[in-house]
Design a protein around this ligand. Structure first.
Ligand SMILES: Cc1cc2nc3c(=O)[nH]c(=O)nc-3n(C[C@H](O)[C@H](O)[C@H](O)COP(=O)(O)O)c2cc1C
Length: 201
């Protein structure tokens, strides 16, 4: 009887300790926004391992909840992951960086919000930029690297991937696990002083 009680007490202690450990490691994984923003850097060298489908879906969901003008959501995201698509892209730009996944992030010109008070001011590029920023930060949170890439021939790329005429690509975003020797470019930490970029009026 006494032995039974001791075994039960030991079992309860073990369960409580295990739960505390799980909770602790979860807390350690959680980063503040500033920690996450500081952790992210442009990754230009990727491990040759695939990215889990669930993680791709997670980062796409983060993009999906981004704000867009009038909540129109004109973004169109093409997930390039097949050998054929990635090879096609590699012929257009070297800046897919051999990542296992490249997002081609575009917007629909007919849908984007057009400012009725100011001729020529449209929100497509801004909308896509916020979506892409959400994606980039969620990727970093999940341990994935990314890089914002504008160095590609826009018209040629739209043509090569048979995009409809009203869809304009804003950026490419390679995504994948950073290679073991990947490290931030020295530019990463070179920031202007706030008083050079901010004016209080
Ligand atoms: C609009 C935009 C366009 C960019 N285009 C490219 C690009 O074509 N190729 C590239 O390697 N990096 C590109 N970058 C990444 C920047 O060079 C990088 O964010 C910057 O040097 C700061 O480094 P960090 O991202 O590591 O903090 C681009 C970034 C932005 C925001």
């Amino acid at each position: 009887m006494k032995k039974g009680i001791i075994v039960t007490i030991l079992f309860v202690i073990t369960v409580v300790l295990a739960a505390a450990c799980v909770n602790l490691s979860k807390k350690e994984e959680q980063m503040t926004f500033m920690e996450l923003a500081q952790k992210r850097y442009s990754v230009r060298k990727y491990a040759q391992i695939p990215v889990e489908k669930e993680k791709i879906e997670e980062i796409l969901k983060a993009g999906n909840i981004a704000p867009t003008a009038k909540n129109i959501q004109p973004q169109r995201i093409y997930v390039l992951q097949s050998k054929e698509a990635l090879e096609k892209l590699a012929k257009l730009t070297p800046m897919g960086f051999d990542a296992p996944v490249v997002l081609m992030i575009a917007y629909n010109q007919d849908e984007e919000w057009k400012n009725p008070l100011q001729e020529g001011i449209h929100s497509g590029v801004e909308d896509v930029s916020i979506v892409a920023t959400h994606i980039m930060l969620r990727a970093a949170e999940l341990g994935l690297g990314s890089c914002w890439v504008n160095y590609f021939p826009n018209d040629e790329t739209e043509k090569a991937f048979n995009l409809p005429n009203n869809e304009k690509i804003v950026l490419l975003m390679p995504i994948g696990y950073p290679a073991e020797d990947s490290k931030p470019n020295p530019n990463h930490t070179k920031k202007k002083e706030l008083n050079e970029t901010v004016k209080y009026l």
